[in-house]
Design a protein around this ligand. Structure first.
Ligand SMILES: [Zn+2]
Length: 95
C-alpha cells in the first residue's frame, strides 16, 4: 500500500513538486496509515488522503478487503480471516 502511494506520487507530481515534497513521518497508527510532510504539496495531499482512506479499508496484514475495528485500547484494519487468527492468538496465549 505504501509502495503504491509512492508510485502514484511519483507518477503524479511534477519534478518541482517532487523536490519540495518530503515525507517527515510515515507510520501506521491504529490500523490507519499516517503520513506527515514537511511542506504541504497540494497534488500530494490528495493522493495521501486517498491512501489513508484506503488504508482503513484494506487488511493491514494481507491486503484483502477489511474493516477498521477498535479492540480494547487499539485499532486495526483486518479482513475476517486475519481478525480471527489474531483474535485466536491473543486469546489463546493468555491462559
Ligand atoms: Zn487479512
Amino acid at each position: 500500500m505504501v509502495e503504491r502511494l509512492f508510485a502514484d506520487l511519483d507518477a503524479t507530481l511534477t519534478p518541482a513538486e517532487r523536490a519540495s515534497f518530503q515525507v517527515a513521518a510515515l507510520r501506521e497508527r491504529d490500523g490507519r496509515l499516517s503520513v506527515e510532510t514537511y511542506a504541504p504539496v497540494p497534488a500530494a495531499q490528495a493522493l495521501i488522503k486517498a491512501a489513508v482512506k484506503a488504508s482503513t479499508q484494506i487488511c493491514q496484514n494481507c491486503g484483502a478487503p477489511g474493516k477498521r475495528r477498535t479492540f480494547s485500547g487499539w485499532a486495526a484494519t483486518l479482513c475476517p480471516p486475519c481478525r480471527q487468527r489474531l483474535g485466536a492468538m491473543r486469546i489463546g496465549g493468555g491462559d
